[in-house]
Design a protein around this ligand. Structure first.
Ligand code: SF4
Ligand code: SF4
Length: 305
């Protein structure tokens, strides 16, 4: 096994334990900051910036004014409709430290590989018994690829299963640095049309489609498609993705993820508008026609996943 740099640091915005999704067995999901995309339906908008992001819960605020006093750049004012002027805020987190009511929360903190591994070790017995391990999610794990690679290496050295949830968007160097240490890949393919992809996610799909053949060489690769009305919710658009999946090695399963609005409230906490307000969530049975198309292409298809 290659040497591991336990002192390398990265920016993490959440660690969720006991997940039954996102790979085999029972898993811990480590959410890394930074994503080149800004999908309109993103349920983790706090992940997109590599820097810490402040969330303000108006309903919890007792208007004590401590945050206003500690902010060195004067980004907080009752006159701001969203409390924090995001153009001025540096993400230093001082206001969250000073807030007695938990109304301000900083999303994103610097952690070393050693610190993350220490968290993971709390569930080492569970991983061994269930065949589980670590899943790197985000954001896009290929953004902090050196940190991701060290985390995966460290996990493999413990005998844990390693998985990444990726949109496949990163440099060839990022892919080659991370993929050798991955057992399971959950690869998002969102749309085959590059213009539509760009309109709804902020970037063309060209890099994703270029990286997909290399990434899918991992024998346990699942393609995941978030199915979003007005974007890709039609059997024809799903068929185009399944036809592409046929050209890749290692793909046996496609997951169709019905559109949901679980992350919508986070946009308000970040002083942003949610772009798909007018769109209703889908039920699993709404995807039956899309599932049939995928199965006709020879794949196992799971709705949800
Ligand atoms: S994170 Fe720092 S800069 Fe931003 S509002 Fe809070 S104290 Fe001010
Ligand atoms: S410190 Fe917290 S409770 Fe006090 S005004 Fe600021 S956000 Fe509100």
């Amino acid at each position: 096994m290659d040497s591991i740099n336990y002192n390398l640091t990265g920016t993490v915005f959440d660690i969720q334990r006991f997940s039954l999704h996102d790979g085999p067995g029972i898993r811990t999901i480590v959410f890394l900051k930074g994503c080149p995309l800004s999908c309109q339906w993103c349920s983790n908008p706090e992940s997109q910036s590599i820097n810490p992001v402040m969330m303000y819960k108006k309903s919890e605020c007792i208007h004590c004014g401590r945050c206003i006093k500690v902010c060195k750049v004067k980004a907080i004012s009752p006159e701001n409709e969203t409390w924090i002027d995001r153009d001025k805020c540096t993400g230093c987190g001082e206001c969250a430290n000073a807030c007695p009511a938990g109304a301000l929360v900083s999303k994103g903190k610097t952690m070393s590989v050693q610190q993350v591994v220490r968290e993971l070790k709390k569930d080492a017995t569970t991983y061994r018994r269930s065949g589980g391990g670590i899943t790197l999610s985000g954001g896009e794990p290929l953004v902090q690829y050196q940190f991701a690679s060290e985390l995966l290496k460290a996990s493999k050295s413990q005998g844990w299963n390693t998985a990444i949830e990726t949109a496949g968007i990163g440099s060839a160097e990022a892919v080659e640095t991370v993929i050798p240490y991955v057992d399971t890949v959950l690869l998002d393919i969102k749309h085959m049309d590059k213009e539509k992809h760009k309109r709804f996610t902020g970037a063309s799909n060209e890099v994703v489609l270029q990286n997909a053949p290399r990434i899918s060489q991992i024998s346990d690769t699942v393609i995941r498609v978030p199915v979003i009305p007005s974007f890709n919710y039609s059997p024809e658009e799903i068929l185009a993705i399944a036809e592409f999946a046929k050209t890749l090695t290692g793909i046996r399963t496609i997951h169709l993820l019905p559109y949901h609005t679980f992350g919508e409230n986070k946009y308000g906490l970040m002083g942003k508008d949610y772009g798909l307000k007018h769109i209703k969530p889908l039920n699993p049975e709404d995807l039956n026609a899309c599932k049939e198309v995928v199965e006709r292409c020879g794949f196992r298809c799971v709705i949800g996943g």
